[in-house]
Design a protein around this ligand. Structure first.
Ligand code: GLV
Ligand code: MG
Length: 338
């Protein structure tokens, strides 16, 4: 399938421009923090949670029991009605999947009752661009009917083998596409992977170091998600949208969560999901650029004011390409500082 990003991303590349078809990240979205809207205690905390996260998401899909689906939907509407869009935090929801008994009521109710407060709908188990086209049209009809003043964006979860096959077409499916998250749990099941973990590594997935006489040999663990995250990042950046790592299920293992998030950050992701309060600070730390990196990047930009040529800084060669790399880091630091 040929990859053809929408025309607006093919503006001519001016000297010193950061990168082709890249725009500045306008909103900081280091963590998408999930809460269960059917739980009254959690609804009561929504205002306080909003002060501490970049995105607050009311989850209607997996982890919400079947007999609480309607309560979760109604609970989310209650939170949205009290929501102040000027607070600067994104308000998102994850609806049930397209072939579930709840999807249609989720979308029709939320757009009717909370359409002007809702920034993004996260759509699970997306398999191809057709899923996005359907939701896009449905949203257009409902927005027109209910007088919603700004388009509600779509965020796809990449969590089926077929979805991974079609990832580039999904990323380009609509101007409503906000971004995409890896869903490692459903994806593992869909692929027939032999793990019951939600994200993270596996002690048996690795390479064994070379044999040295009779010395014991170490198995070096590898990142199970490297291929998919890299593929997703290429698809998203080519379409001018953002890529995210999804959930990390072992709340007791913060170092492993941090390592998984950091791999995603280094590969180009903008953020990850936080499913537990202790993952908020992990995401904040990981998806904000390191101070030392920012200072070095700033040196590169200062040494090459028009972004061209070649200079040596601290013994390392810099040129137009490293200037662009530096700009990615400095731009992000500016958004974090704003
Ligand atoms: C998230 O939805 C996942 O399946 O990992
Ligand atoms: Mg899932």
């Amino acid at each position: 399938m040929s990859i053809k990003p929408p025309r607006k991303f093919f503006e001519p590349l001016a000297i010193g421009a950061p990168a082709p078809y890249r725009e500045l990240p306008v909103r900081l979205e280091r963590m998408i923090h999930f809460f269960p809207p059917h739980v009254e205690k959690m609804r009561a905390k929504a205002g306080d949670m909003a002060k501490n996260v970049d995105v607050l998401l009311g989850n209607l899909e997996d982890a919400i029991p079947a007999d609480a689906k309607e309560a979760a939907r109604a609970g989310f509407v209650e939170v949205a009605r009290a929501w102040d869009p000027a607070c600067g935090t994104g308000l998102w929801t994850r609806v049930n999947c397209l072939n579930s008994p709840w999807f249609l009521d989720d979308v029709t109710t939320l757009v009717a009752e909370a359409g002007n407060k809702l920034d993004v709908i996260m759509l699970p188990k997306v398999e191809g661009p057709w899923d996005i086209h359907y939701l896009d049209q449905l949203l257009a009809q409902l927005e027109a009917k209910h007088g919603v003043s700004k388009p509600i964006m779509i965020h796809a979860i990449l969590e089926t083998a077929l979805g991974v096959e079609n990832v580039a077409a999904i990323a380009q499916a609509s101007p409503r596409m906000h971004g995409m998250s890896l869903g490692p749990a459903d994806l593992a099941a869909s692929r027939g992977m032999k793990t019951t973990r939600v994200g993270g590594g596996h002690p048996f997935y690795g390479v064994l170091e070379d044999a040295k006489n009779d010395a014991p040999r170490t198995l070096f663990q590898q990142d199970l998600w490297h291929y998919t995250v890299a593929k997703m990042v290429d698809a998203c950046q080519s379409a001018g949208i953002k890529a995210f790592y999804g959930p990390f299920g072992d709340f007791s293992d913060s170092p492993a969560c941090e390592a998984q998030f950091r791999n995603a950050f280094l590969l180009g992701c903008a953020g990850a999901w936080s499913l537990h309060p202790n993952q908020i600070d992990i995401a904040k730390k990981v998806f904000s650029p390191d101070v030392g990196e920012v200072l070095f990047a700033k040196k590169i930009l200062d040494a090459m004011p028009d972004g061209t040529g070649a200079v040596m800084i601290d013994g390392k060669m810099q040129d137009d390409a490293t200037w662009k790399q530096a700009k990615v880091i400095v731009d992000l630091a500016r958004v974090v500082a704003a």
